[in-house]
Design a protein around this ligand. Structure first.
Ligand code: ZN
Length: 55
C-alpha cells in the first residue's frame, strides 16, 4: 500500500461510519462530544447494544 492510497482512504471516511447523526439531524464526526448544530451532548462511550439486550 502506498502513502497516497492511505490518504485516499482518509478522504473516503466521509462516507463510512465515522460519523453519527445528532437528534437534530446534523451529521457530526464520531469523536465529537457536542453537536455543532444544536449543542446536544453525546454520551462519552458509544453503546450500540444496550446491556439489557445481551442476555
Ligand atoms: Zn444537534
Amino acid at each position: 500500500m502506498t502513502k497516497s492510497a492511505i490518504q485516499m482512504q482518509v478522504v473516503d471516511t466521509q462516507e463510512s461510519s465515522d460519523e453519527k447523526d445528532c437528534v437534530c439531524g446534523q451529521v457530526v464526526p464520531l469523536d465529537t462530544r457536542f453537536c455543532s448544530g444544536c449543542g446536544h451532548q453525546f454520551p462519552e462511550e458509544a453503546a450500540p447494544v444496550p446491556a439489557d439486550m445481551q442476555s
